[in-house]
Write a protein that binds this ligand. Structure first.
Ligand code: C2E
Ligand code: MG
Ligand code: MG
Ligand code: MG
Length: 283
């Protein structure tokens, strides 16, 4: 059977498809409609100053509240959205949702908080990426200063010159750029040289066994020093326990994110925390 998908996309559904393939098939079919019907929810995960527990920024992490499957995580639909190019309208939907939330936070008096938004490779290849970001910020009359663009290393490999140029334009506008999942890509040091990013997020892979694995701890220590030399703000991702945090403190790693501080939370819950003084409880 051939089933009609959104736009001009067709896909095949066969009776012997396994459960996972079937779910993918349904998600692919439903994606375009889901964007129109606002079935997505932005969760926010705080990023804190390790010394003070102050929330410096929050990372927008998208979830799909699917009418049939319930909460669906990005690992299950971002690649589908990329394959169908629907990641472009989905990315625009996410940026608009973030702008709406930031507008409210400004009114509540939290204008200093920054919001990090993940961009996938397909979005970075978009010819009018910078104009489309600017147009959405203008719709809401927002100064781009609050926005951080997060991109994982491997998505920077294609069309390097175009992406380097776009980052420069974005930075001139006031948008900050973060390299996500640092250390997991193919040429991590190359990115540092060419993509003049503001923030480096060292991947959870190096944090998870930080307190027990000498290699991980030596790598993190070196990346802390490298970041200091390059004047980059280093963030440790995926901090889950006190032992990891103690190691990071000893190494003078300045910023952290992870379940120990907070899981990604709904906007109402975040606003409650912000109203209580923008600090997370000491850990
Ligand atoms: P990421 O940008 O590296 O985001 C971090 C992921 O790690 C998030 O998963 C977060 O919930 C999870 N995480 C945070 N702290 C911890 C921790 O202490 N332990 C563990 N085990 N995990 C932790 P999530 O939300 O499922 O997102 C997965 C990936 O999907 C993201 O990785 C990002 O690459 C992508 N993604 C999420 N939201 C968006 C979006 O709006 N647009 C695009 N293009 N990609 C997105
Ligand atoms: Mg990220
Ligand atoms: Mg990451
Ligand atoms: Mg990741």
């Amino acid at each position: 059977t051939v089933k009609r998908l959104g736009g001009n996309h067709y896909t095949f559904y066969s009776e012997d498809m396994n459960a996972e393939g079937y779910k993918r098939f349904i998600l692919r079919n439903d994606l375009e409609k889901a964007i129109k019907e606002d079935q997505f929810i932005v969760y926010y995960q705080p990023l804190v100053d390790i010394d003070t527990n102050k929330i410096i920024s929050v990372e927008a992490l998208i979830r799909w509240n699917h009418p049939r499957f319930g909460m669906v995580f990005p690992s299950e639909f971002i690649s589908i959205a990329e394959d169908s190019k629907l990641i472009i309208p989905l990315g625009e939907w996410i940026l608009r949702a973030v702008c709406k939330d930031y507008t409210r936070w400004m009114q509540l008096g939290f204008s200093e908080i920054k919001i990090a938004v993940n961009f996938s490779g397909i979005q970075l290849q978009q010819m009018d990426l910078v104009d489309s970001i600017k147009a959405i910020l203008d719709e809401y009359g927002l100064n781009p200063n609050f926005l951080i663009l997060e991109a994982t290393e491997n998505v920077l490999l294609q069309n390097t010159e175009k992406v380097v140029k776009d980052f420069e334009l974005l930075k001139a506008m006031g948008v900050k750029v973060a390299i996500d999942d640092f250390g997991m890509g193919y040429s991590s040091l190359y990115y540092l040289k060419y993509f003049k990013s503001d923030i480096l997020k060292i991947d959870r892979e190096f944090i998870k066994d930080l307190s027990t694995n000498l290699i991980s701890s030596q790598i993190v220590k070196s990346v802390v020093n490298l970041s200091n030399d390059l004047k980059l703000n280093l963030v440790a991702e995926g901090i889950e326990n006190k032992e990891q945090l103690n190691c990071l403190r000893e190494m003078n790693c300045k910023f952290g994110q992870g379940y120990l501080y907070s899981r990604p939370i709904m906007v109402k819950e975040l606003e409650t925390i912000l109203k209580m003084g923008m600090c997370l409880p000491a850990v």
